[in-house]
Ligand binder design. Sequence first.
Ligand SMILES: Cc1cc2nc3c(=O)[nH]c(=O)nc-3n(C[C@H](O)[C@H](O)[C@H](O)COP(=O)(O)O)c2cc1C
Length: 332
Amino acid sequence: MATITIQPDLQQPATALSAAVTIAGLAPSVHNTQPWRWRIRPGALELWADRSRQLTASDPDGRLLTLSCAAALHHAQVALAAQGFGTTVVPYPDPSHPDHLAHLSVDGPVPVTAAIMRLYHAIGLRSTDRRPVAPLPIDENALLGIILAVQAQGCYLQPLRPDQVIELASTVAYAQDTEAADPAWRVEMTRWAGGTRPDGSGVPDANIPARQPRTTVPERDFGRTGTLPVDDGHDRHAVYAILYGEMDEPVDWLGAGRALSAAWLTATDHGVSVMPLSAPIEVPATRQTLRAQLAGLGYPYLVLRLGMTAERRGPAPTPRLHSSQTAVTEDE
Ligand SMILES: Cc1cc2nc3c(=O)[nH]c(=O)nc-3n(C[C@H](O)[C@H](O)[C@H](O)COP(=O)(O)O)c2cc1C
């Protein structure tokens, strides 16, 4: 494997750490809530959950909040590795502070490989594309690479057979109908979706389809239509897959979020689009249905739609909070 020799200044990683936090802000998060809070310490980053950004109606346990924060953590690790900094992560370092999700310390140096630079480059290219996937079968090598990237983080990705996709379609529809009937869910969705989002969080109209695409598996019901133009394409070339793991505790959700980031960056590098579907995870009954689809292999964390993107311009990037709103520097 090709390597680039970079001599990181291991005495002065402060600049690299604050740059990593800025790059981590590009990570995906449920409804673009960006529910993370960073404390930049000498040689280390503390990752905290920002409960004010938790979806209390649809994610009361904080499962998707934790996945989102962990995706940002993995982005930070990739950014540091691309600068030659190895990292060690301790999950939940202080049991008396369960919102302190992880402690990342810089060690190293590590060789900067071409592979890590590809992932790093993918951070700036990755996005959620809710348009129908291109009418092309997914590249087998790309799918294998994505599955292996997930496994390297201690999780699994199970692609679904066509008959399981039909079952998934009704599972997703049931989950979304259940949520839409809940007034608290509707209030929450109004807070996080629609409009132009000048505050830098949430999903703007520009990223919500102007009409429901013609798909077997329904896309996320944002409670409104947006302005994203969609063509008549179908999802028949998409691969639907369940991201899962052996246990279903907060520490496992941290692993799932890192696996999600690794999968998504690998997919982006291969020209494969990723669209998460979390509604069937949010509703306990449909989470159980997904678990049954896994035939007891493990606990589902998220459903992913994978598809080829073809050559086309993506939707406008979803806005982000400024890093000063999500990070503080502490000297001791
Ligand atoms: C845990 C998690 C769950 C998500 N669930 C959905 C979903 O159900 N439907 C959807 O369209 N996007 C979903 N997303 C994508 C986010 O809406 C998206 O990451 C966010 O709006 C930021 O946009 P970007 O990915 O284009 O940067 C999810 C993302 C994460 C991390």
